[in-house]
Design a protein around this ligand. Sequence first.
Ligand SMILES: [Zn+2]
Length: 318
Amino acid sequence: MPSPRASVVALLAAAAASVLVVAAGCGDEGGGANGTSVSAVATTTQVADLVRNVGGSRVAVDGILPANADPHGYEPRPSDAAALTDADVVFQAGGDIDEWLDEVVDSAGGHAERVTLIDSVTTVEGEDEHGEETDPHWWQDPRNAILAVAAIRGALVRADPDGRAGYERRAAGYSGKLRRLDAEVARCIDQVPAGKRKLVTTHDALGYFANRYGIEVIGAVIPALSTQAQPSAKDVGELVDQIKSEGVEAIFPEASLSRKLEQAISREAGAEVGGQLWADTLGPEGSSGETYLDAVRANAGTLAEGLSGGSVTCSFSR
Ligand SMILES: [Zn+2]
């Protein structure tokens, strides 16, 4: 007859085994004991969201940037390097957005495959204080998010070939949502009279969105592709003149940046301050920018309302 202690051990072992069976059963093709097969690090909130949508329960995603933080000025912490040491894949947006990843990779070592998503999307050139430069804000065009999803799927299949069917299925399903998002945003912005589609933002972050949906970028409070530049008094004066002469209806602050200058410029130029945009970051849980899909919808609605002086409101399917 087994001792009481032995039967407790046997019970615990049986319980652990049934937990594993349940985990494998509901996580479609769960691998490790915690249900994940791949450990991924993502730099920005948008990139982390795209990776989670493709990875599903097979991929543990460690996002470096918190919600509502500016990626341009991010200072890496020691824990970022620690996360990278154990990662299989690291996904970054690319360009000026997360150049700081270089120093994290240098100090972390490890074996992670590094995937720079800007290399897989269609880029446009923007104006910076240094002249013509590749605009790093590619995710503001949902068609680029579809290209990024394909690159993420490819990298996850390389890291975890057994999960291929799931990665392909989730990437296809999410890409369908991105295509619907793109069509709905186009319909939304089309309702704004063409002469009113004139955009002024905090920094030059929405060039891709403007390009895609037929909006003219008039200028930015920080006249640069990065948030790290400072506008001069001359820059601000010129922007005020432009806002007046172009008849810009509203200027739009960004969620992660101070809006003091926007308020001063709008008073001076006689424009409204529109709702805040999710430019370089997603928002916290429960905000209008909780996911990439939410953030793009929220931006389209905010822009349509502000640019039209409140006469256009958009509705989106979920
Ligand atoms: Zn930016």
